[in-house]
Ligand binder design. Structure first.
Ligand SMILES: Nc1ncnc2c1ncn2[C@@H]1O[C@H](COP(=O)(O)OP(=O)(O)OP(=O)(O)O)[C@@H](O)[C@H]1O
Ligand SMILES: [Mg+2]
Length: 212
């Protein structure tokens, strides 16, 4: 068992925390044959809704455990899940600030999604500070990007200014990420070969290297 915890956190709402949580989970299962657990700590319950649709449709959940917990509860829950799971992904709500601490404390890696936009830069410092104080490995994930946008290089400058790293894989703005989730699925189950599948697979490979 790998027994590693990834906490996906970002102060700003709608940056793609839940989308990344499910896509990474399914990529780890599909491409790396790992046993996954996902914990929804968000009262909005989007992750839970996705899992319910998935279960109602009897889609395969053989290597996927779903739990809900409070931000505090996730710390305990993830410790227990480590006994029989390779990776535990904690999806957190927006606007958590200091409440984020227990779920950050539980993490081996804190993944912070953000768009290539100044509004997202302004929101990102707070969660980076909390993760740095907890001495955690931090990776920024650029999400919903237009690869040709001039803002990508500005975003990379911003990430460097925080003295942290980003993943090498930029996730594009692609409809399949949203539409697949509405069916209780992910892009990697809907498509065999596509840009979305390629980038999520690459991202799962890189994150696995960071965790080992
Ligand atoms: N790469 C992407 N391409 C296209 N749409 C995306 C992408 N990532 C996320 N989305 C869409 O953006 C919206 C917000 O995504 P998501 O719910 O994953 O963000 P979140 O950070 O979990 O939000 P919250 O802070 O409310 O929990 C959703 O409609 C989702 O389908
Ligand atoms: Mg969410």
């Amino acid at each position: 068992m790998l027994s590693k915890v990834i906490t996906i956190a970002q102060q700003k709402g709608g940056t793609g925390k839940t989308t990344l949580a499910v896509h990474l989970a399914l990529a780890f299962i599909k491409y790396h044959s790992l046993k996954l657990a996902i914990i929804d700590t968000d009262p909005q319950g989007s992750l839970g809704k996705w899992f319910v649709i998935r279960s109602d449709k009897k889609l395969p959940n053989d290597n996927l455990t779903f739990k809900t917990a409070s931000l505090w509860g996730a710390q305990y829950e993830s410790k227990t899940l480590k006994n029989d799971h390779d990776i535990i992904i904690i999806d957190t709500p927006p606007k958590i600030e200091s409440d984020a601490r227990p779920s950050i404390e539980a993490a081996d890696l804190v993944l912070i999604p953000m768009a290539a936009s100044h509004v997202d830069f302004w929101a990102t410092g707070a969660i980076v500070d909390i993760a740095k104080k907890a001495n955690k490995k931090i990776l920024i994930q650029i999400n919903r990007a237009n690869q040709r946008s001039k803002l990508i290089s500005k975003t990379n400058d911003f990430i460097r200014s925080l003295n942290i790293s980003s993943t090498k894989t930029i996730i594009g703005h692609r409809q399949i990420y949203a539409s697949s989730m509405g069916e209780g699925k992910t892009a990697v189950e809907k498509q065999k070969k596509s840009k979305a599948v390629e980038e999520i697979k690459k991202l799962s490979e890189q994150i696995l290297i960071e965790l080992k």
